[in-house]
Design a protein around this ligand. Structure first.
Ligand code: AMP
Ligand code: SF4
Length: 490
């Protein structure tokens, strides 16, 4: 099997520590549209929030797969000449965010390989928890890996399958992997879309003038005027080809329970998306409203930490009757900042991203609504800014429960000991943040806001109850041994 480098894809030969665990991603695919790559480009544009480090598109033209991948934002990676060269009526695309260790071009997706049955492209959102064991086994049997991405394991398993049809080889491969995957696979005739049996990550299907579209989130349909049809069911595989769309079951065992990632609804998905059968904006509104019910306070203003907390802050404001204000302004035009004049400008990282509106905050009792606290470092800096802007009281309200456990299924969280809620009590966190009061939403309130029942969701980062046993083979202390890398997009 030969992994194909793509134009613009200068593979870095430096080795890095294998990191199978941390990447947040978005996927998009098109079947049967004459401008498949351009549609995919627009879809990725709408999914940019799911990954900002690399972007890639592979299209199929006259039976041949070709594409482009690069580090950077969709807008920077795909200039007109690059897109003009990606002809064909079938394409898949991927955006990825990863931690420093694995942020290499060779891990950018979609992966593209040539193997005995032809060419194959694959775009994966989620994390496989048994990738290391599978990889060691495959390597001992002669497989040579090109990347440090867990997704490449699936490619090797497909290549080794004795089955004939692409859908059967994929099912064969998926029966061996454990973890989270919303996956797109493309050969020169078929587009396959599949969701893992626990349903961790979203994946939905739509139509655009007779063409089939698949995407991580429905906001990617809106940008191209595609019609949303439905979400893939957990464990469902859609085979799309000239004869239409066929729904198959992968038959992979569902480990313990359902794994619909509730954090997608809290923070990760775009509020204008419909995921897991819910309008994300409405869920976030409910989170804020229920949070007010659980932790009311007398105040003059409710402000969000923009943008991910806007809807929850609105919900808190509507429910409480306390006026909503944009007390913090977020700069949307920031990239990686390499200058850190830490000696002269304190809290530079947070200042580059947020600035308080002094006239709105001066002398006010302020409720600050944020969606989550991870390490607490950004929150502390934000509180300081609001205080310096003249706020009289600061009441922090968090529209999720305390994050005390890392995620192993595709959301980037730091090690357990770096999670402030895992090592500190509520009162210690309140003191650290220097707020007058601090309240987190309860787990019960969270599930109620999403309008579901606890069995439906993965709540592991709050409860420590992982839907797929990590004991399978996963080294759960890997995070802790690994050198700490900055994981927050600040
Ligand atoms: P901190 O105070 O440093 O824990 O940062 C809290 C902020 O991180 C909140 O505003 C969240 O919206 C944001 N956040 C939560 N999860 C993530 C994540 N996986 N990646 C980047 N930012 C996140
Ligand atoms: Fe989502 Fe948290 Fe479960 Fe990870 S551990 S899948 S972030 S709910």
């Amino acid at each position: 099997m030969i992994s194909r480098g793509l134009e613009g894809d200068r593979v870095d030969s430096a080795t890095c520590e294998a990191d199978f665990m941390k990447h947040e991603c978005g996927v998009f695919g098109v079947f049967g549209h004459p401008e498949a790559a351009k549609i995919t480009y627009l879809g990725l544009y709408a999914l940019q929030h799911r990954g900002q480090e690399s972007a890639g598109i592979i299209s199929c033209h006259e039976g041949r797969l070709h594409g482009h991948r690069e580090m950077g934002l969709v807008y920077d990676v795909f200039k007109k000449d690059v897109l003009d060269n990606l002809a064909g009526d079938m394409a898949i695309g991927h955006v990825r965010y990863s931690t420093t260790g694995s942020s290499l071009l060779k891990n950018a997706q979609p992966l593209l390989v040539d193997y005995a049955r032809g060419a194959l492209a694959i775009a994966h959102n989620g994390n496989l928890i048994n990738a290391r064991v599978l990889r060691s086994d495959l390597e001992s049997r002669g497989s040579i890996f090109q990347s440090t991405s867990d997704s490449e394991v699936i490619v090797h398993l497909i290549a080794r399958s004795k089955k004939e049809k692409i859908e059967s080889t994929l099912i064969d491969a998926l029966r061996q992997v454990k973890g989270a995957y919303s996956l797109l696979v493309m050969d020169n005739e078929n587009l396959l879309a599949v969701r893992d049996p626990c349903g961790f990550r979203p994946l939905c299907v739509g139509m655009l003038k007779g063409a089939f579209i698949v995407a991580s989130e429905s906001c990617a349909f809106d940008i191209v005027d595609a019609k949303y049809i439905r979400e893939l069911e957990p464990g469902e595989l859609l085979l799309i080809n000239r004869s239409g769309m066929h729904s198959l079951q992968t038959g992979s065992a569902k480990a313990a329970g359902n794994g619909v990632c509730i954090f997608e609804l809290i923070y990760f998905a775009r509020p204008d998306s419909h995921v897991f059968g819910r309008d994300v904006d409405r869920v976030r509104h409910n989170l804020g409203a229920i949070l007010h019910g659980e932790a009311p306070v007398e105040a003059d203003l409710v402000i969000p930490v923009p943008d991910s907390s806007n809807a929850a802050a609105l919900g808190y404001s509507h429910e409480s009757g306390i006026p909503f204000e944009m007390g913090l302004i977020r700069n949307h035009y920031i990239g990686r900042t390499f200058i850190e004049p830490s000696q002269t400008i304190r809290d530079f990282g947070a200042k580059i991203k947020y600035n308080p509106v002094k006239t709105a905050l001066k002398g006010k009792r302020v409720v600050v609504v944020d969606d989550s606290i991870v390490r607490g470092t950004t929150s502390r800096k934000i509180v300081k800014m609001i205080r310096n802007a003249g706020a009289r009281e600061i009441h922090m309200r968090i529209s999720s429960p305390p994050i005390a456990y890392p995620c192993f299924y595709g959301i980037d969280t730091p090690t357990r000991k770096e999670l402030i809620a895992s090592t500190h009590t509520l009162e210690e966190i309140r003191k650290y943040l220097r707020v007058d009061t601090l309240h987190y939403l309860s787990q019960e309130g969270l599930v109620r806001s999403a309008g579901g029942n606890p069995d439906e969701f993965c709540l592991a980062c709050f409860s420590g109850k992982y839907p797929i046993s990590l004991a399978v083979d996963f080294d759960k202390f890997y995070h802790d041994r690994k050198q700490s890398a900055t994981t927050l997009k600040v």
